[in-house]
Ligand binder design. Structure first.
Ligand SMILES: Cc1cc2nc3c(=O)[nH]c(=O)nc-3n(C[C@H](O)[C@H](O)[C@H](O)COP(=O)(O)O)c2cc1C
Length: 187
């Protein structure tokens, strides 16, 4: 797959087959992630994997409760209240694999760098026939001190990108995007 194909045809995947993503496949994604640029080449990322279905279900439920408790009337998440209150809604879409990209402290632009690594990871997954979806709903819960402590993650590491990974079921049509807004173009 060439680069423009990957960029234009990657989609967020929310339906997966039962086929497990093996360690070798995930290691290829991490190898691609760490090729991302980073400020001062600080490489401020660390990765974690959860493939325990019971733990993912538990974390989905706890992440929903955590979000619902914090949604005020003016919150941008207010429109998701009913979805999050639905006991049948799994924020990880029952995917078998969750990758978490953490930003380590100390880098000048750690979170931005980790977003670049996450995009590399998602494009590489697409190139290897895997689907991904960034699950922002999971971030506040995963970033709680008690969640990090339970997972053995240093408190000063920040969750940037929870990303589900799996083998896509079916094809998702390409999305159109708004035209790029060019604010200025001098010279
Ligand atoms: C920071 C971020 C958070 C996101 N959080 C969620 C999420 O919690 N649940 C979900 O289903 N999709 C989530 N997405 C996926 C977006 O909905 C998706 O990227 C967008 O609709 C464009 O679709 P595409 O990725 O197929 O091009 C998130 C994407 C980003 C970049």
């Amino acid at each position: 797959m060439n680069l423009m194909d990957a960029i234009e045809n990657r989609r967020s995947v929310r339906t997966y087959t039962d086929k497990k993503v093996d360690r070798a496949a995930l290691e290829k994604l991490f190898a691609a992630a760490v090729m991302a640029p980073s400020a001062s080449n600080s490489q401020p990322w660390a990765f974690a994997v959860i493939q325990d279905a019971a733990l993912l279900k538990e974390y989905s439920d706890r992440a929903k409760s955590h979000l619902l408790a914090g949604i005020g009337p003016d919150s941008p998440l207010a429109k998701y209240r009913a979805m999050l209150a639905n006991p049948g809604f799994n924020i990880f879409y029952n995917a078998g694999t969750l990758v978490i990209v953490y930003a380590k402290p100390g880098g000048p632009e750690s979170r931005g760098d980790c977003c670049l690594a996450a995009q590399n990871l998602m494009l590489a997954a697409h190139g290897h026939g895997l689907g991904t979806c960034w699950i922002g709903f999971a971030r506040p819960f995963l970033d709680l001190p008690e969640t990090k402590s339970a997972l053995g993650v240093p408190a000063e590491y920040a969750v940037v990108a929870p990303i589900i990974v799996g083998y896509p079921q079916g094809r998702i049509p390409q999305l159109t995007r708004d035209e790029p807004q060019i604010l200025f173009w001098k010279g």
